[in-house]
Design a protein around this ligand. Structure first.
Ligand code: CAA
Length: 389
Protein backbone atom coordinates (compact mmCIF):
# COMPACT_ATOMS: atom_id res chain seq x y z
CA UNK A 1 0.00 0.00 0.00
CA UNK A 2 1.29 3.44 -0.78
CA UNK A 3 -1.05 6.30 -0.07
CA UNK A 4 -0.24 9.83 -1.15
CA UNK A 5 0.79 12.43 1.40
CA UNK A 6 -2.65 14.01 1.01
CA UNK A 7 -4.41 10.69 1.70
CA UNK A 8 -2.31 10.13 4.82
CA UNK A 9 -3.06 13.68 5.97
CA UNK A 10 -6.81 13.21 5.53
CA UNK A 11 -6.80 9.77 7.15
CA UNK A 12 -4.97 10.90 10.27
CA UNK A 13 -5.58 14.61 10.63
CA UNK A 14 -9.27 15.01 9.72
CA UNK A 15 -10.54 12.82 12.59
CA UNK A 16 -8.29 14.83 14.94
CA UNK A 17 -9.88 18.06 13.70
CA UNK A 18 -13.34 16.55 14.15
CA UNK A 19 -12.43 15.51 17.65
CA UNK A 20 -11.34 19.05 18.47
CA UNK A 21 -14.75 20.31 17.34
CA UNK A 22 -16.46 17.74 19.60
CA UNK A 23 -14.37 19.01 22.52
CA UNK A 24 -15.41 22.59 21.76
CA UNK A 25 -19.08 21.77 21.34
CA UNK A 26 -19.11 19.79 24.59
CA UNK A 27 -17.92 22.97 26.34
CA UNK A 28 -14.83 21.23 27.76
CA UNK A 29 -12.43 23.95 26.55
CA UNK A 30 -12.52 27.22 24.66
CA UNK A 31 -11.49 27.68 21.03
CA UNK A 32 -8.40 29.63 22.08
CA UNK A 33 -7.36 27.04 24.67
CA UNK A 34 -7.81 24.10 22.27
CA UNK A 35 -5.72 25.83 19.60
CA UNK A 36 -3.07 27.01 22.07
CA UNK A 37 -2.87 23.58 23.68
CA UNK A 38 -1.89 21.87 20.42
CA UNK A 39 0.43 24.68 19.33
CA UNK A 40 2.35 24.96 22.56
CA UNK A 41 2.03 21.38 23.82
CA UNK A 42 3.01 19.63 20.60
CA UNK A 43 4.73 22.33 18.60
CA UNK A 44 2.09 22.32 15.85
CA UNK A 45 2.25 25.41 13.65
CA UNK A 46 -1.49 26.04 14.12
CA UNK A 47 -4.26 24.77 16.36
CA UNK A 48 -6.91 22.40 14.96
CA UNK A 49 -9.76 24.89 14.82
CA UNK A 50 -7.63 27.39 12.90
CA UNK A 51 -6.56 24.61 10.53
CA UNK A 52 -10.23 23.73 10.02
CA UNK A 53 -11.02 27.29 9.02
CA UNK A 54 -8.13 27.28 6.58
CA UNK A 55 -9.09 23.97 4.97
CA UNK A 56 -12.72 25.06 4.89
CA UNK A 57 -15.24 23.56 7.32
CA UNK A 58 -17.38 22.30 4.42
CA UNK A 59 -14.42 20.55 2.76
CA UNK A 60 -13.52 18.73 5.97
CA UNK A 61 -17.18 17.94 6.68
CA UNK A 62 -17.64 16.41 3.22
CA UNK A 63 -14.48 14.32 3.44
CA UNK A 64 -15.41 13.06 6.90
CA UNK A 65 -18.98 12.28 5.82
CA UNK A 66 -17.68 10.22 2.90
CA UNK A 67 -15.31 8.36 5.22
CA UNK A 68 -18.07 7.80 7.77
CA UNK A 69 -20.25 6.29 5.03
CA UNK A 70 -17.39 3.88 4.27
CA UNK A 71 -16.30 2.98 7.83
CA UNK A 72 -19.43 3.51 9.93
CA UNK A 73 -17.05 4.68 12.66
CA UNK A 74 -18.65 7.31 14.88
CA UNK A 75 -15.30 9.10 15.10
CA UNK A 76 -15.53 9.85 11.36
CA UNK A 77 -19.06 11.23 11.58
CA UNK A 78 -18.83 15.02 11.28
CA UNK A 79 -19.41 16.68 14.67
CA UNK A 80 -22.74 18.50 14.98
CA UNK A 81 -21.00 21.85 15.33
CA UNK A 82 -18.89 21.17 12.24
CA UNK A 83 -22.10 20.47 10.29
CA UNK A 84 -23.56 23.69 11.63
CA UNK A 85 -20.55 25.90 10.85
CA UNK A 86 -20.18 24.32 7.39
CA UNK A 87 -23.91 24.74 6.60
CA UNK A 88 -23.81 28.41 7.59
CA UNK A 89 -20.59 29.07 5.70
CA UNK A 90 -19.20 30.31 9.02
CA UNK A 91 -15.87 29.87 10.78
CA UNK A 92 -14.50 28.67 14.10
CA UNK A 93 -12.62 31.94 14.39
CA UNK A 94 -15.97 33.74 14.67
CA UNK A 95 -17.07 31.32 17.44
CA UNK A 96 -13.93 32.11 19.46
CA UNK A 97 -14.20 35.88 19.17
CA UNK A 98 -14.50 37.94 22.33
CA UNK A 99 -12.98 35.34 24.66
CA UNK A 100 -9.86 37.33 25.63
CA UNK A 101 -9.21 37.26 29.38
CA UNK A 102 -7.29 39.57 31.69
CA UNK A 103 -3.71 38.53 32.51
CA UNK A 104 -3.63 36.47 35.72
CA UNK A 105 -1.85 37.80 38.81
CA UNK A 106 0.07 36.04 41.56
CA UNK A 107 -2.28 35.78 44.52
CA UNK A 108 0.30 33.86 46.57
CA UNK A 109 3.91 34.80 47.21
CA UNK A 110 6.00 32.25 45.30
CA UNK A 111 9.75 32.23 45.93
CA UNK A 112 10.67 28.61 46.48
CA UNK A 113 9.42 25.69 44.42
CA UNK A 114 9.52 22.04 45.47
CA UNK A 115 9.72 19.33 42.82
CA UNK A 116 9.15 15.69 43.72
CA UNK A 117 10.56 13.08 41.35
CA UNK A 118 13.77 12.57 39.41
CA UNK A 119 12.59 11.38 36.00
CA UNK A 120 12.65 13.28 32.71
CA UNK A 121 9.59 15.37 33.51
CA UNK A 122 10.66 16.23 37.07
CA UNK A 123 14.15 17.16 35.86
CA UNK A 124 12.77 19.36 33.10
CA UNK A 125 10.32 21.05 35.48
CA UNK A 126 13.09 21.74 38.03
CA UNK A 127 15.10 23.32 35.20
CA UNK A 128 12.16 25.49 34.10
CA UNK A 129 11.74 27.00 37.58
CA UNK A 130 15.46 27.40 38.35
CA UNK A 131 15.96 29.06 34.97
CA UNK A 132 13.18 31.52 35.80
CA UNK A 133 14.87 32.63 39.01
CA UNK A 134 13.10 30.43 41.58
CA UNK A 135 14.92 28.50 44.24
CA UNK A 136 14.12 24.83 43.71
CA UNK A 137 14.18 22.01 46.23
CA UNK A 138 13.94 18.67 44.41
CA UNK A 139 13.30 15.45 46.23
CA UNK A 140 14.34 11.98 45.08
CA UNK A 141 14.77 8.56 46.60
CA UNK A 142 18.57 8.35 46.43
CA UNK A 143 21.67 10.47 45.92
CA UNK A 144 22.16 8.72 42.58
CA UNK A 145 18.75 9.83 41.39
CA UNK A 146 19.39 13.38 42.56
CA UNK A 147 22.65 13.38 40.62
CA UNK A 148 20.67 12.30 37.54
CA UNK A 149 18.54 15.46 37.76
CA UNK A 150 21.58 17.71 38.05
CA UNK A 151 23.27 15.98 35.14
CA UNK A 152 20.11 16.28 32.95
CA UNK A 153 19.94 20.01 33.64
CA UNK A 154 23.69 20.49 33.22
CA UNK A 155 23.54 18.75 29.84
CA UNK A 156 20.71 21.01 28.68
CA UNK A 157 22.51 24.13 29.89
CA UNK A 158 25.72 23.00 28.17
CA UNK A 159 23.80 22.49 24.94
CA UNK A 160 22.38 26.00 25.23
CA UNK A 161 25.92 27.36 25.76
CA UNK A 162 27.20 25.39 22.76
CA UNK A 163 24.45 26.99 20.66
CA UNK A 164 25.41 30.44 21.87
CA UNK A 165 22.12 30.87 23.76
CA UNK A 166 23.56 30.94 27.27
CA UNK A 167 26.87 31.31 29.11
CA UNK A 168 28.83 29.71 31.96
CA UNK A 169 27.76 32.42 34.46
CA UNK A 170 24.05 31.77 33.80
CA UNK A 171 24.62 28.03 34.05
CA UNK A 172 26.31 28.48 37.44
CA UNK A 173 23.44 30.68 38.66
CA UNK A 174 20.80 28.18 37.58
CA UNK A 175 22.62 25.23 39.15
CA UNK A 176 23.13 27.22 42.38
CA UNK A 177 19.35 27.62 42.73
CA UNK A 178 18.88 23.84 42.84
CA UNK A 179 19.00 21.92 46.10
CA UNK A 180 18.49 18.16 46.10
CA UNK A 181 17.14 16.23 49.09
CA UNK A 182 16.38 12.59 49.78
CA UNK A 183 13.77 13.41 52.39
CA UNK A 184 10.39 15.02 51.83
CA UNK A 185 10.79 17.02 55.04
CA UNK A 186 12.98 19.37 52.95
CA UNK A 187 9.73 20.62 51.38
CA UNK A 188 8.38 22.11 54.61
CA UNK A 189 8.91 25.74 53.60
CA UNK A 190 8.34 25.75 49.86
CA UNK A 191 5.55 27.90 48.40
CA UNK A 192 4.45 25.37 45.79
CA UNK A 193 5.19 21.69 45.27
CA UNK A 194 5.02 20.17 41.79
CA UNK A 195 5.09 16.41 41.87
CA UNK A 196 6.11 14.30 38.88
CA UNK A 197 6.45 10.80 40.35
CA UNK A 198 5.04 7.48 39.08
CA UNK A 199 1.68 7.67 37.31
CA UNK A 200 -0.03 5.46 39.89
CA UNK A 201 -2.93 6.59 42.07
CA UNK A 202 -1.83 4.71 45.19
CA UNK A 203 1.72 6.08 44.97
CA UNK A 204 0.58 9.65 44.34
CA UNK A 205 -2.08 9.46 47.07
CA UNK A 206 0.53 8.38 49.61
CA UNK A 207 2.65 11.37 48.53
CA UNK A 208 -0.22 13.84 48.91
CA UNK A 209 -0.98 12.55 52.42
CA UNK A 210 2.66 13.17 53.24
CA UNK A 211 2.77 16.60 51.59
CA UNK A 212 -0.30 17.59 53.59
CA UNK A 213 1.57 16.67 56.77
CA UNK A 214 4.89 18.26 55.78
CA UNK A 215 4.36 21.36 53.66
CA UNK A 216 3.44 24.68 55.31
CA UNK A 217 -0.17 25.85 55.23
CA UNK A 218 -1.01 28.11 52.30
CA UNK A 219 1.40 26.37 49.92
CA UNK A 220 0.06 25.10 46.60
CA UNK A 221 0.19 21.35 45.96
CA UNK A 222 0.37 20.59 42.23
CA UNK A 223 0.44 17.30 40.38
CA UNK A 224 1.66 16.68 36.83
CA UNK A 225 -0.59 13.66 36.35
CA UNK A 226 -1.94 13.30 32.81
CA UNK A 227 -4.67 10.81 33.56
CA UNK A 228 -5.34 10.25 37.26
CA UNK A 229 -8.24 11.99 39.05
CA UNK A 230 -6.85 15.09 40.76
CA UNK A 231 -10.04 15.25 42.83
CA UNK A 232 -8.92 12.00 44.53
CA UNK A 233 -5.49 13.44 45.33
CA UNK A 234 -7.13 16.59 46.72
CA UNK A 235 -9.38 14.47 48.93
CA UNK A 236 -6.33 12.78 50.44
CA UNK A 237 -5.34 16.15 51.93
CA UNK A 238 -6.98 18.44 54.48
CA UNK A 239 -6.64 21.32 51.97
CA UNK A 240 -8.32 20.41 48.67
CA UNK A 241 -8.65 24.13 47.76
CA UNK A 242 -4.85 24.26 47.39
CA UNK A 243 -4.56 21.20 45.13
CA UNK A 244 -4.32 21.67 41.35
CA UNK A 245 -2.98 20.00 38.21
CA UNK A 246 -0.04 21.40 36.23
CA UNK A 247 0.45 19.16 33.22
CA UNK A 248 3.75 19.91 31.49
CA UNK A 249 4.82 18.48 28.13
CA UNK A 250 7.88 16.56 27.07
CA UNK A 251 10.53 17.98 26.84
CA UNK A 252 9.42 20.37 29.61
CA UNK A 253 12.15 22.99 29.11
CA UNK A 254 11.10 23.36 25.47
CA UNK A 255 7.35 22.82 25.20
CA UNK A 256 5.60 26.00 26.27
CA UNK A 257 2.27 24.55 27.36
CA UNK A 258 0.98 23.83 30.85
CA UNK A 259 -2.55 22.46 31.19
CA UNK A 260 -3.84 23.89 34.45
CA UNK A 261 -6.40 21.50 35.84
CA UNK A 262 -8.85 22.60 38.51
CA UNK A 263 -11.17 20.38 40.50
CA UNK A 264 -14.50 21.42 42.02
CA UNK A 265 -12.59 22.36 45.17
CA UNK A 266 -9.58 24.27 43.75
CA UNK A 267 -9.73 27.88 44.89
CA UNK A 268 -9.84 30.58 42.18
CA UNK A 269 -6.78 32.26 43.79
CA UNK A 270 -4.74 29.07 43.44
CA UNK A 271 -5.85 28.70 39.81
CA UNK A 272 -4.93 32.31 39.05
CA UNK A 273 -1.58 32.10 40.86
CA UNK A 274 -0.58 28.98 38.97
CA UNK A 275 -1.48 30.62 35.66
CA UNK A 276 0.53 33.71 36.60
CA UNK A 277 3.44 31.47 37.61
CA UNK A 278 3.26 29.75 34.21
CA UNK A 279 3.51 33.14 32.51
CA UNK A 280 6.53 34.04 34.66
CA UNK A 281 8.30 30.87 33.58
CA UNK A 282 7.60 31.54 29.91
CA UNK A 283 4.80 29.00 29.67
CA UNK A 284 1.33 29.29 28.17
CA UNK A 285 -1.44 28.08 30.47
CA UNK A 286 -4.76 26.65 29.31
CA UNK A 287 -7.72 25.76 31.57
CA UNK A 288 -8.89 22.18 31.83
CA UNK A 289 -11.45 20.28 33.87
CA UNK A 290 -10.47 17.18 35.84
CA UNK A 291 -11.06 14.58 33.13
CA UNK A 292 -8.63 12.01 31.70
CA UNK A 293 -6.56 13.31 28.79
CA UNK A 294 -7.32 17.00 29.36
CA UNK A 295 -7.02 18.77 25.99
CA UNK A 296 -3.78 17.61 24.41
CA UNK A 297 -3.66 13.91 25.19
CA UNK A 298 -7.33 13.57 24.34
CA UNK A 299 -6.67 14.94 20.86
CA UNK A 300 -3.14 13.64 20.34
CA UNK A 301 -3.22 9.98 21.35
CA UNK A 302 -6.22 8.86 19.25
CA UNK A 303 -4.37 10.36 16.27
CA UNK A 304 -1.18 8.46 17.22
CA UNK A 305 -3.21 5.28 17.65
CA UNK A 306 -4.79 5.84 14.21
CA UNK A 307 -1.29 6.10 12.76
CA UNK A 308 -0.48 2.67 14.20
CA UNK A 309 -3.68 1.30 12.64
CA UNK A 310 -2.67 2.81 9.30
CA UNK A 311 0.72 1.07 9.57
CA UNK A 312 -1.06 -2.18 10.41
CA UNK A 313 -3.01 -1.72 7.18
CA UNK A 314 0.32 -1.83 5.31
CA UNK A 315 1.60 1.74 5.14
CA UNK A 316 5.33 2.25 5.82
CA UNK A 317 6.22 3.97 9.10
CA UNK A 318 8.74 6.26 7.43
CA UNK A 319 6.21 7.23 4.76
CA UNK A 320 3.62 8.16 7.38
CA UNK A 321 6.13 10.15 9.46
CA UNK A 322 7.37 12.05 6.42
CA UNK A 323 3.87 12.71 5.06
CA UNK A 324 2.66 14.19 8.35
CA UNK A 325 5.69 16.43 8.76
CA UNK A 326 5.39 17.65 5.19
CA UNK A 327 1.63 18.13 4.89
CA UNK A 328 0.63 19.04 8.44
CA UNK A 329 3.89 20.72 9.44
CA UNK A 330 3.96 18.80 12.74
CA UNK A 331 7.50 18.78 14.18
CA UNK A 332 7.61 14.98 14.45
CA UNK A 333 5.85 12.17 12.66
CA UNK A 334 3.56 10.00 14.79
CA UNK A 335 6.06 7.15 15.18
CA UNK A 336 8.91 9.48 16.03
CA UNK A 337 6.73 11.05 18.71
CA UNK A 338 5.53 7.69 20.07
CA UNK A 339 9.18 6.73 20.49
CA UNK A 340 9.90 9.96 22.37
CA UNK A 341 6.89 9.69 24.69
CA UNK A 342 7.43 5.94 25.19
CA UNK A 343 5.09 3.22 23.99
CA UNK A 344 4.32 2.17 27.57
CA UNK A 345 3.22 5.70 28.48
CA UNK A 346 1.30 6.05 25.21
CA UNK A 347 -0.49 2.74 25.73
CA UNK A 348 -1.46 3.69 29.29
CA UNK A 349 -2.86 7.02 28.08
CA UNK A 350 -4.76 5.41 25.22
CA UNK A 351 -6.24 2.80 27.58
CA UNK A 352 -7.29 5.58 29.95
CA UNK A 353 -9.01 7.47 27.11
CA UNK A 354 -10.71 4.27 25.96
CA UNK A 355 -12.05 3.76 29.50
CA UNK A 356 -13.08 7.40 30.02
CA UNK A 357 -14.89 7.94 26.71
CA UNK A 358 -16.12 4.41 26.02
CA UNK A 359 -15.38 5.01 22.32
CA UNK A 360 -14.72 1.73 20.41
CA UNK A 361 -12.43 3.60 17.97
CA UNK A 362 -10.12 4.46 20.90
CA UNK A 363 -9.22 0.80 21.55
CA UNK A 364 -5.40 0.62 21.62
CA UNK A 365 -3.95 -0.69 18.35
CA UNK A 366 -2.65 -4.28 18.60
CA UNK A 367 0.85 -3.27 17.47
CA UNK A 368 1.13 -0.69 20.23
CA UNK A 369 0.27 -3.39 22.78
CA UNK A 370 2.74 -5.78 21.12
CA UNK A 371 5.55 -3.21 21.23
CA UNK A 372 5.04 -2.78 24.96
CA UNK A 373 4.90 -6.56 25.51
CA UNK A 374 8.18 -6.91 23.59
CA UNK A 375 9.83 -4.19 25.71
CA UNK A 376 10.26 -2.00 22.62
CA UNK A 377 9.31 1.18 24.39
CA UNK A 378 10.96 3.78 22.19
CA UNK A 379 14.10 5.84 22.51
CA UNK A 380 14.60 4.89 26.15
CA UNK A 381 15.07 1.19 25.19
CA UNK A 382 16.86 2.05 21.92
CA UNK A 383 14.04 0.43 19.98
CA UNK A 384 10.41 1.30 19.53
CA UNK A 385 8.72 1.83 16.20
CA UNK A 386 12.10 3.00 14.92
CA UNK A 387 15.53 1.62 15.80
CA UNK A 388 17.98 3.82 17.77
CA UNK A 389 20.71 1.26 18.49
N1 CAA B 1 15.56 18.96 26.66
C1 CAA B 1 15.83 20.27 26.62
N2 CAA B 1 15.92 21.00 25.50
C2 CAA B 1 15.74 20.34 24.33
C3 CAA B 1 15.44 18.98 24.29
C4 CAA B 1 15.37 18.27 25.51
N3 CAA B 1 15.09 16.98 25.56
N4 CAA B 1 15.32 18.61 22.99
C5 CAA B 1 15.51 19.72 22.26
N5 CAA B 1 15.76 20.77 23.07
C6 CAA B 1 15.94 22.17 22.69
C7 CAA B 1 17.15 22.41 21.87
O1 CAA B 1 18.26 22.72 22.67
C8 CAA B 1 16.73 23.60 21.03
O2 CAA B 1 16.83 24.79 21.81
P1 CAA B 1 17.13 26.21 21.13
O3 CAA B 1 16.05 26.42 20.11
O4 CAA B 1 17.07 27.16 22.29
O5 CAA B 1 18.49 26.09 20.53
C9 CAA B 1 15.24 23.37 20.79
O6 CAA B 1 14.83 22.49 21.83
C10 CAA B 1 14.99 22.75 19.44
O7 CAA B 1 15.74 21.56 19.39
P2 CAA B 1 16.40 20.93 18.07
O8 CAA B 1 16.68 22.02 17.09
O9 CAA B 1 17.51 20.03 18.45
O10 CAA B 1 15.32 19.93 17.58
P3 CAA B 1 13.95 20.15 16.89
O11 CAA B 1 13.84 21.42 16.17
O12 CAA B 1 13.76 18.87 16.19
O13 CAA B 1 12.92 20.25 18.13
C11 CAA B 1 11.41 19.31 19.70
C12 CAA B 1 12.80 19.24 19.09
C13 CAA B 1 11.23 20.65 20.38
C14 CAA B 1 11.30 18.19 20.71
C15 CAA B 1 10.36 19.18 18.51
O14 CAA B 1 10.65 18.05 17.77
C16 CAA B 1 8.93 19.09 19.01
O15 CAA B 1 8.30 20.10 19.26
N6 CAA B 1 8.37 17.84 19.08
C17 CAA B 1 7.01 17.59 19.53
C18 CAA B 1 7.06 17.11 20.94
C19 CAA B 1 5.68 16.83 21.50
O16 CAA B 1 4.69 16.70 20.79
N7 CAA B 1 5.60 16.73 22.84
C20 CAA B 1 4.36 16.42 23.51
C21 CAA B 1 4.28 14.93 23.81
S1 CAA B 1 2.84 14.51 24.71
C22 CAA B 1 3.24 14.79 26.32
O17 CAA B 1 4.30 15.17 26.69
C23 CAA B 1 2.12 14.60 27.28
C24 CAA B 1 2.05 13.34 28.06
O18 CAA B 1 1.29 13.29 29.03
C25 CAA B 1 2.83 12.15 27.63
Amino acid sequence: MSASNEQIFETLVYPYLNHAVRMLEAGYASKADIDNAMRFGCGYPKGPLTVLDELGPATVRDALAARHAATGDHLHQPAGLLEEVAAQGGSFEALGAGSVQAAPELRHDIRTVGVVGTGTMASGIAQVFAQSGYDVVFVGRSEDKLAGVTSYITKNLDRAIARGKSDEATKAEVLARLTGATTREALADVDIVVEAIAEDLAIKTELFVDLDRIVKQGAILATTTSSLPITELAKATSRPADVIGMHFFNPAPVMKLVEVVTTESTSPEVDETVKALCARTGKVAVSCGDRAGFIVNCLLFPYLNDAVLLAEAGEELGTIDAAIKETAGFPMGPFELLDVVGNDVSLAIQQELYREFDEPGFAPAATLVAKVDAGELGRKTKKGFHDYS
